[in-house]
Every structure is written in structure tokens, then in C-alpha cells.
Design a protein around this ligand. Sequence first.
Ligand SMILES: C[S@@+](CC[C@H](N)C(=O)[O-])C[C@H]1O[C@@H](n2cnc3c(N)ncnc32)[C@H](O)[C@@H]1O
Length: 352
Amino acid sequence: MLVDKEKLDALVGRLFGDLSAGYGGVMVSLGHKLGLYRAMAGAGPVSSSEVARRSGCGERYVREWLNAQVAGGYVDYHPISSTYELTPEQATILAEETSPVFLPHAWQVVASMWADEPKALSAFKTGEGVSWSEHDERLFCGVAAFFRNSYNGSLVQEWLPALTGVTQKLARGARVADIGCGHGHSTVLMAKAYPQSRFWGFDVHPESIAAARAVAREAGVEDRVTFEVAKADGFAQNGYDLICFFDCLHDMGRPVDAARHAASSMADDGTLMLVEPFAGDRVEDNMNPVGRLYYSASTTLCCAHAISEKGTHVLGAQAGPRQLEEVLRSAGLGSVRRAAQTPFNLIIEARR
Ligand SMILES: C[S@@+](CC[C@H](N)C(=O)[O-])C[C@H]1O[C@@H](n2cnc3c(N)ncnc32)[C@H](O)[C@@H]1O
């Protein structure tokens, strides 16, 4: 076997960079949970002792952590004064919890995937599924917090206005269902923006529904938001004006049944909003960091859950617009169009 030395070196460099990022992910999680990034945000150049003092942590640990951050480009270093600085851009991604690009929570999903590796190993061998509820609990909080920030930045400002006539109905007072709502951040965001409307969130995972109720209570919207444990093809029909699926239709083993149930639960001029991970239709369209992340998560989370439902489909998180449109049309929704998109999400509107 002839090995091209140049290609080998380039690939080793690439894999080593990935390995280094994996170690760095543990450091990002520590930095977030210990308040190290927050201690540095807006502080200008600071010594390791000052970061340790502000965060209430041991200086020697903090100094080693800081050096790892500098090596990764997540913190700047000033050699003359031996000080460390979190720039405004670094702070936006690592310290500002409400920023749409705040990323530390995403490492909780990776942590859950490592913790559940034995389940994945066995599932590959048996071909059986692993349901959402069987995973390490860091998955649920990690996914909820990661998606929440992107919904925060786009849902009310861009996605709802991109749907035909929906914001007018919401402002007047509409009935909205959020299917596969998880921790309910999307439901609560919409409820806060549209106080005249009434909202229902449904999910099969009881612990997520309990968490969603707490999110609604904390936001003070529990009088107009109801969360119930229910399957996507069995939730209470209620003449909804808007039915939403946020990053969950591809997880379902019977997505056509779910969309058909939604279609028959809508008011005559109701709208279905489908939010899915961004993807192209062909494998070769998705060969980029977003595709890599979603195909990986999809392998042990999304496909595994859909297989566990023993249904008709295993779409995966990179299903792409053509397959999604097919699912919606098979469910009797004749009018389907892409309403909006971001680098991470496709937003599809479907009507009867
Ligand atoms: C990736 S999470 C997304 C959660 C939430 N929509 C969000 O954006 O944060 C997928 C959710 O779909 C739910 N789910 C999966 N299959 C379901 C089904 N057949 N019926 C209802 N919910 C389902 C899971 O329990 C999980 O909460």
C-alpha cells in the first residue's frame, strides 16, 4: 500500500486538531460552569490571580486552564504583562448566556454521547433503537439550552413573520401547538411575544414536560401555556391556528402520521411550521462542519430514537428539504414552501 506522505501529514494535522478540540470542549464546560469566562468578560487584561479571585477558584488550576484557552484562541494573552483578556467577540460566544451564538451548552450534548457510548455500540450490533428518554440527562439540558439561544435570536424576529398571515393571527389571539416541545423554550418564547394567544406544548418525554412547566412558571406565562405528555400522532385536537415542530420531526418513526395528525388538528386556514436542521438533499451537499455535527448527533440520537419507534421512517437530522416536503405532502398538506433559513435551520411552511 503506497501512502502519500503529504496527504498523510495533512490528515494527521486535521485529526490532531479535532482531538485537541475535544480536550478543549471539557475546558469550555469547566469555564462556563465555574464562571471563569464571566469573570473575564469586560474586565480587560487580567492576571490569573485576578481571574481566580473573581471566580473563587484555585489560581494554579485557573492559570493552566487559561493557557489552554489561549492555545485554542478562545482567550488572548499579553506576554509583557502576563495577563489574559477575553475580547468582546470571545465573550459573546463564551460568556453571554443569552447570545444567539453562546456555545458552551453544546458540549453537554457531546458529554451525553460519550456517556451513552455503550448503548450506541450495542445498538449498532443489534440494529435496535435507543429512545430519547434512555439517554444521559445532559442531553436534554444541552439540547434545550443550545436550541433556545438560536430560537431566541430568530423565532419571533424572523421565522414567525416569514409565515403567511401568522403574526397577525397571533397578535389578535390564536391557538398554537408546539409538538416535541422538549423543555418548552420555543413555546414560552412565543407566549411571551404574543400575550393574546394560547399555547400547548406536547412531548413524549415526561421529564422534559416537567422541565417545560418550570420554564413557563419562571417566565410567568403558565396561565396561557399548557404542557402535556403526548405523542405527536396522539395529542389533543383543538383547531390550532399554528402547529410547530422544532427540530423533532426527523426524530419520529412515523413523521407522516405526525404531520397528518397535525393537519387534521388545524383550523381550516391553519399553518404548520416545520423547523429542521439545515441540510441539502444530497450527502455531498452536507460535507461541512454543520453536516458533520448533525450526522454525528443523528447517528446515536436521532436515528436511534426513530428506530426505537419502529415506524415507517428513519429520516436522520440531515433529511434535506426534498424528503421533508415529501413527508408533508404525503400527510395531505398540499402547499409547502421554504419560508426562511439560517446556517443551522430550515424553516418550512405547510398548509392544506
Ligand atoms: C431534539 S429534541 C427537540 C426538543 C425541542 N423541540 C427543542 O427544539 O429544544 C426532540 C424532541 O422530540 C421528542 N419526540 C421524539 N419523538 C416524539 C414523538 N413521537 N412524539 C412526541 N415527541 C417526540 C423528544 O422527546 C424530544 O424532546
